[in-house]
Write a protein of this length. Structure first.
Lengths: 503, 178
């Protein structure tokens, strides 16, 4: 088995003391920021991007991957004990998990979430191990036109299909693409949208945008509605050891959750919400006690948590093999690759064997660390929830300033940070998805590059995107994903004309 | 789907245009116009005439324009804000405190240095979140900023604004600034 021997080499890389330490730092930090409301993996990795100037790539990515996986584990703790899902993917966990905690079964809910995350995370990482080489073989045949179409497909699904509205999703996506266009065009040397500011010639740093949206925007939003009510932290209750009945009710949902989450995450469409909701729905259908759902059913925690972690693993497949990020965190990891001058894509597995397989091996190790961090040591993380909100959010903004001002020491970056933060506040208040901004900003320039290469190869012939079979198929799928649901709706039941449409 | 934004005395059949949403739609449209106007000013060399630096910006401007119009139509039909959001009046005072902290931070970080600017930011944000104990917040903020300055910034090798507080401490403990 080729992938297997590569993986063994990867373990040799990941098991060096230095890399184990990076993995431990990453998973610990990841759990902490996952637990803390208001902080997420995208923001954390963005703030740590300057590390790419000091640390070799393998170690940096082991750190980032630890943060990425750790945040998934930590997030479930917050949704169970606090009922404020840190990320949309953990909404479902809060649904049943918080009810369990209220019924004095917090221990069992945390245990099934952590063990389920471990099981699914490990299955998902195995999935990466065996799927990545297959995708690479297939992707080597891709030309620039096919890549461009694939990116269009990802743009459509990430912004329009997965959110609550196509128009708002696409609006934030194009805002992101617009931000990505700012600066000198690398092919011709022309400055675009710099408004005469020398600071903008190099483009807007992705750190500024990510920190603005996720730290400043989020803080403004929370501040605007903070006095409305305090979240109640439910104390740890019940044994962390699950009873045999709880084990019996958990193991199948774990496996089913992993089976749902990984393939959906691995699709170039991404999105962790759909697999968690799907898993919740399936578990409710299959449960012997469907009446318990909504009142604290353990299957409703076990399945979605597993689906969430497996899909987080799945997202790494298109990121590593195609250079196609489908979540904000993956997009920021892609920009870390760029900062090293490494282009993720089909050649990555050959040119950076050490890095890729070391990273995958560290994911296995990280999962074991996270199980230990999140079960026996859970009491430490619960303490983090007791940090008062004024101190927490004030601290987040001070860190946001360091991360931004530290890059260039330019007040222009700080002003941009706060302006983008204001836009982020409006996006939260008016239900615009934020992730497409980051994805558009990072993937936009790559899409443009592929677009122009394809057009150059075809000597300016626009039809190239429709005459190459692969590209045409992907574009057809993108069109279907964008317009299909609307057409289906029109065909099945004509819209009553007195209902104003919410596009 | 049923986003009818009528007030209590008005029947929900005819939704009133939503002002907040309309402003956002207009903003997106304005961005499209600015983008179009800026794209026109990018010189294109004839070598790149077909796939030059303006093709994708043009597509972006067009897309933003269409989306801005669609958002305006949605706003005209009553907007899309969820009932949950509509029920909430944003806490203006809290927003002003946080914004004031941010503005003071930009204004002071260059002249007064990172620690002082951060402490003021910390105090303002904490005040926005309802903390009344300004002295305690200032102490926590200053400690936090100093730890961040010497720990985070030095480790990552990034240079954040140093003012007289930082230089004084560096001189005191005999280390060189980052």
């Amino acid at each position: 088995m080729d992938a297997f021997s590569e993986l063994l080499n990867g373990f040799a890389v990941a098991l060096t003391p230095m890399n184990l330490l990076w993995c431990l730092v990453g998973t610990t930090l990841g759990t902490a920021i996952g637990v803390l409301p208001g902080l997420g993996p995208a923001l954390t990795i963005a703030l740590l991007l300057p590390i790419t100037f000091k640390v070799e790539p393998t170690s940096a990515f082991i750190l980032f991957a630890g943060i990425y996986y750790g945040a998934m584990y930590g997030g479930s703790t917050t949704s169970i004990l606090l009922n404020t899902p840190g990320e949309s993917a953990t909404i479902v966990t809060a649904l049943e998990g918080n009810k369990m905690a209220r019924n004095g079964r917090a221990g069992a809910a945390l245990a099934t979430a952590a063990i389920g995350s471990f099981v699914a995370g490990t299955i998902g990482t195995l999935g990466i191990t065996f799927l990545a080489p297959v995708v690479v073989d297939w992707a080597l045949r891709f030309g620039p036109a096919d890549y461009f179409s694939l990116m269009v497909f990802a743009f459509v699904t990430v912004s329009a299909v997965l959110g609550s509205s196509e128009v708002r999703g696409l609006a934030t996506l194009f805002f992101g693409i617009w931000l990505g266009l700012i600066g000198v065009d690398l092919q011709t040397g022309q400055a675009r949208f710099t408004f005469g500011l020398a600071e903008l010639l190099d483009g807007i740093n992705v750190v500024v945008v990510a920190v603005g949206l996720f730290a400043v925007g989020e803080t403004l939003y929370v501040a605007s509605r903070y006095r409305l009510g305090k979240d109640e932290i439910i104390p740890l209750s019940g044994s962390l050891w699950m009873t045999s009945e709880e084990w019996k009710r958990s193991w199948k949902p774990w496996l089913r959750g992993a089976a749902i989450g990984f393939p959906i995450g691995a699709m170039p469409a991404g999105g962790a919400e759909i697999p968690t909701f799907l898993s919740y729905y399936i578990e409710r259908k299959l449960s012997a006690k469907p009446q318990e759902f909504g009142k604290g059913a353990i299957e409703g925690v076990a399945g979605p948590e597993a689906a969430n972690n497996a899909s987080a693993a799945g997202v790494l497949v298109p990121m590593l093999t195609l250079g196609l990020p489908t979540s904000a965190t993956a997009a920021i990891m892609l920009s870390a690759f760029q900062s090293y001058g490494i282009n993720p894509g089909p050649l990555l597995l050959q040119s950076q064997t050490q890095l890729v397989w070391g990273l995958i091996a560290s994911l296995f190790i990280g999962n074991v660390m996270l199980l230990v961090l999140n079960l026996p040591l859970i009491a430490i993380w619960v303490k983090l929830l007791q940090i008062p909100a004024p101190v927490l959010y004030a601290g987040i903004l001070v860190f946001a300033t360091i991360g931004t001002y530290g890059i260039t020491q330019s007040p222009v970056d700080l002003i941009l940070l706060y302006l983008i933060g204001g836009a982020g506040y409006l996006m939260r208040r008016y239900d615009f998805p934020v992730a497409p901004v980051i994805i558009g900003m990072i993937l936009g320039p790559l899409a443009e590059q592929n677009f122009r290469q394809a057009m150059t190869i075809s000597a300016g012939d626009w039809t190239v995107f429709f005459t190459r079979p692969l590209s045409a198929t992907i574009l057809a799928l993108a069109a279907l994903a964008l317009f299909g649901p609307k057409l289906y709706q029109l065909a099945v039941r004509p819209k009553p004309d007195h209902v104003p449409g919410d596009a | 789907m049923t986003m009818t934004g009528g007030s209590a005395e008005e029947p929900p059949a005819r939704a009133r245009p939503a002002i907040g949403e309309a402003i956002i739609g207009a903003g997106v449209l304005a961005l499209a116009i600015v983008t179009f106007w800026q794209t026109m000013s990018i010189p294109v060399s004839p070598i790149y005439a077909k796939v030059g630096p303006t093709v994708v910006p043009m597509m972006t401007a067009a897309a933003l324009g269409v989306l801005g119009v669609l958002l305006l139509i949605d706003a005209w039909q009553g907007g899309w804000q969820t009932e949950d959001e509509k029920a909430v009046t944003p806490d203006r005072a809290a927003l002003v405190w946080v914004a004031a902290g941010l503005v003071l931070n930009v204004a002071l970080i260059g002249s007064a240095g990172f620690t002082i600017a951060s402490t003021i930011l910390f105090v303002c944000v904490a005040r926005g979140f309802g903390s009344k104990n300004t002295l305690r917040d200032a102490l926590i903020g200053a400690t936090f900023a100093l730890i961040a300055y010497f720990g985070f910034a030095t480790t990552l090798g990034i240079n954040i604004g140093s003012g007289f507080v930082e230089s004084a401490i560096e001189r005191l403990i005999g280390v060189e600034g980052p």
